[in-house]
Write a protein that binds this ligand. Sequence first.
Ligand code: GDP
Ligand code: MN
Length: 387
Amino acid sequence: MNIHEFQAKQILARFGAPTPKGQPAATPAEAAQAFSALGVRRAVVKAQIHAGGRGKAGGVRLVNSADEARDFAANLLGKALVTHQTGPQGRVVRRVYVEAASNVARELYLAMLVDRKAECISVVASTEGGMEIEEVAARTPEKILTVALDPIIGMAPFAARRIAYALGLRDKQVGELVGLLTSMYRAFNETDASLIEVNPLVVTAEGKVLCLDAKMSFDDNALFRHPDIRELRDPNEEDPTETEAAKYDLSYVHLDGNIGCMVNGAGLAMATMDIVKYYGAEPANFLDVGGGANAEKVAAAFRILLSDKRVKGVLINIFGGIMRCDVLAEGVVEAARQVKLSLPLVVRMEGTNVERGKQILKDSGLPVIAAADMADAARQIVAAIGK
Ligand code: GDP
Ligand code: MN
């Protein structure tokens, strides 16, 4: 799960990381009030969307008065902002963040992430802040320093100092960065984050080290431990089908193909996607209905699959272990009737009550194509969509 910049900054600030003071605003009037409340001569007004590249796209501006803050907020709010990360349709700006402006002398890059290769949390730092790290990695990889943190030791002061020196920081700034990294590491661990990216981390003209931008992502599977963070979920920023799936506790990920897949078990779902690809088509989604799905959950899963207009055919692949095949069949029949299914549907099932399940599908009168095994199922659905 991702959150907005101002929320990430609030969390970082709570753990003691230096951030400029600021206030979110949902209307132009609130933006003007926020400017006045900050009591500064200059502020930045920043569009709050779950995407970067706002600076280049006109979503960030320095303002010198409450009126200017109001005008720029009026410009942004309610409109889609298109950045290189949003796709052509952009993202509607529903809030802006009004923040005390900083005198930026240097822009650096700093991130903490779950490093799967190193099997630990790593710090990524670069002197090339303000631009995309992917670009730096492609052009000047030698300018990126990655430091793997031993989970037993955590953010060791010597490692933090090494990062500070690599970033060209000296004297008092070294201590400031050590403090910042320590706060950031605590924030990362204690909130079960998967990413904290500060781009840019700046050194101000006054010599202070400050988080000027912040992005934070969290491990969805740990959100039950953080009800306060779960509250920050912004459904406007998420794929509506994924939001709907989350309501029914379904593991659903939207993909680019046209074969809707409904499977129980993550491993079987992966294998199903592989075999669809093997026979020459692309899955429209990953969908794991889980082990103990009931008819209602299956029906919801089926509706979600079919709400994707690119889906040209559906493949159901279920192993009835805890889940019984007859329950699955009932759910499918119910959902197919509700949505007046007109797409090809291939069902492969195996396991508990499989014969009863097959009978239910047969008796339903639905045009279900029964498959003998997984390969047969994949072959049949690919053939049915005419590929
Ligand atoms: P992004 O483009 O979506 O990543 O948004 P950022 O928060 O990184 O802002 C983009 C750019 O705006 C930064 O790289 C800075 O150059 C500039 N910027 C943001 N806040 C300030 C500020 O307080 N003072 C100055 N001088 N520049 C700022
Ligand atoms: Mn940025």
